[in-house]
Design a protein around this ligand. Sequence first.
Ligand code: PLP
Length: 805
Amino acid sequence: MFDNKEQFKKAFLSKLEMSVGKSFEETSPQDQYHVLGNMIREYISTNWIKTNQVYHSTEAKQVYYLSIEFLLGRIMGSNILNLGIGDVVEEGLRDLGISLDDLESNEPDSALGNGGLGRLAACFMDSLASLDLPGHGCGIRYKHGLFEQKIVNGVQVEYPELWLQNGQVWEVRKSDLSVEVPFWGKVESFEDEQGRLRFRHRDAEPIMAVPYDIPVVGYQTETVNTLRLWNAEPANVPFHDDIMRYKRETEMVSEFLYPDDAEDSGKILRLKQQYFLVRASLNSILNSFRKKQKDIRELPNYVSIHINDTHPVLAIPELMRILLDEEMLPWEEAWDITVQTISYTNHTTLSEALEKWPVRLFQPLLPRIYMIVEEINERFCKELWERYPGQWQRIEDMAIIAHDQVKMAHLALVGTHSTNGVAYLHTEILKKREMNNFYEIFPERFNNKTNGITHRRWLMKSNPALTGLITESIGDKWKVEPPLLKELEHYKDDAAFLEQLEKVKHENKVKLAERIFQQNQIKVNLDSIFDVQVKRLHAYKRQLLNVLHIMYLYNRMKEDPSFRPHPRTFIFGAKASPGYYYAKKIIKLINTVAEKVNNDKTTNDYLKVVFLENYRVSLAEEIFPAAEVSEQISTASKEASGTGNMKFMMNGALTIGTMDGANVEIFERVGKDNIFIFGMTSEEVMNYQANGGYHSSEYYMLDRRIHEAVNQLVNGFFPNTNGMFDVIYDSLLIENDQYFVLRDFDSYVKTQEKVSNAYQDKKGWNKSSVVNIANSGFFSSDRTITEYANDIWHVKPVNSPIIKA
Ligand SMILES: *Cc1c(COP(=O)(O)O)cnc(C)c1O
């Protein structure tokens, strides 16, 4: 079907006519997308079946990656790349007058995630399959992924996302593998025939979890793994209750992806989603294991279950339930197996993001699971008591249940054999500060796994021009062994290479400029520095610092006609959680500043501000290749890792950033001359937080640049914004600027001046760009996944890769 162009064209045309019942000329791009998608899925299916057979028949240990989010983006392009059928498809379609890029753009993003955490899960899927590792994803098939963002009068407006509306070509429904998930009801104890104390869950309201499987194709290998997404449907049981209510409540479970930092609302629904994912996934995992006819005590030798953050932490009591109630193992044995089977990744130290559930909600919804969590807690507290007699406060701080709350992170730390942070600095902060209590007891469980990104999507697929240039220079082995990008360093003084690199960047800037014009009707200067901050909108990420710097540049240009810096285009993309009032005000502020500076003829040759709406994976793929400056300016200690920073680096942008998250490791690799570091260190931030001593008003009073810009938020400088930015003004001055924006302002301005100066020496800049690309191989998620596989999961490749010529 994809062996050569003529064969492909013939198959494509005949399937097109058969499946849509129109002549080729009458078919729409949507029709064409669907037909090509179906052809590719069929093509995949042989290897998918084979892979599954191999996994069933071998003794190879399997890993299951449980995640409440998978931010996949578009799937077709990645499959075409990994299958190595790009040339045939592209040329075949071209003969028919169809552009593959246009056709791919008909696919909606699979946006079953909020940001970094969900995107990490997606990159991991790609790496697992590409490394021939038997690893599968387990998630939820939300009907509506992350909301679609529109900007109306500068304000974020949310629309439901409709990725399933036109049908999904990549998924396969497997109703025969459905699983019942019980909620509510009560637990009864009884004595079985052998006189043992047993428990049963009575009067539960079950809902049906129906799996939809998506194939995950590895790069140039036969391995096709599975991402299993669970759909919530009414169970087929008689009901005396209000059937309409039941149906509605059931369908709600897989209706919406939750915004990550939502407030109180919908707590029960969120907890339902978590148990739904866990119960269905563990049931299906155990079914596969049982087919192997092994003793249940061997489970950790055959199965590894990983929980991505605490959202799937109920996997711990759920596995205990299976081992106790179904396998009838004694507690101690069940506990050993559980701890040995499950591992956990921590993604944040922000205390407001650490999950807690009120007992009053938890217990009635999940009565048997709650009993088990109570028992885990009691046994753990008893151990603590023996270790720390009399230290009530410490025990209370560490308890899994305290003050009528279940602390999910504590459950994860106690009930797994491995806790990893996502960058060196983050893991150190966990060990030394945030989770130091637990580190003292379980030092051997803590380890670091610095995040990564799949270089296939984020370089090979999204930046074909750069990929071509790299391959012309160093060959293509780097594609399967990204650290070989290091060889590019030989070219950092090669004038011809640097020129070509600049040309590639320029072409990518032209394309992004077209996108900007199309979406925002803003004409940007192609010789300006493309300075980009794209990521979720959050106070700790400090988009505000970027904005205040822009306001300062504008003010200074207005004041001093001789001050004209190198032209810059500041590009933003960010979604704010719908209930996050402050974040939405920052979006409005960015757009308000854009309106002002873009329309001021005295300055707008030097300064443009662009907010690209609806930031998502497919838009990100257009942005990174064109970026020159990567804004990674979080308050030090607050960003666990970041992965956007890695995508920029791999595409040759230079970072301006704080010593936070994985920026630290980027700095170590590129060296101080190829990155712009500014601001307080995490130590300094944490010392302020522990000891006080920061007074934002001093910076406001003493620095007239800050004074002016902050006043402009509230003094009518921006027309028709009366009171609109009070909350930002107050956060800086009344609430003492929790994220130290004003504290780092001067350092940021000075460092931005260094950026401008560095750009004057274009050759030097390009040289730094090469050093960044050359050292980005470490940040391939292939490296990250190899570390997880070796150190945590103990899984090995199953197929040997078949490298096609
Ligand atoms: C990579 C990525 C993120 C994470 O960005 P950070 O800068 O690490 O926060 C979020 N959203 C999308 C769409 C991404 O591709």
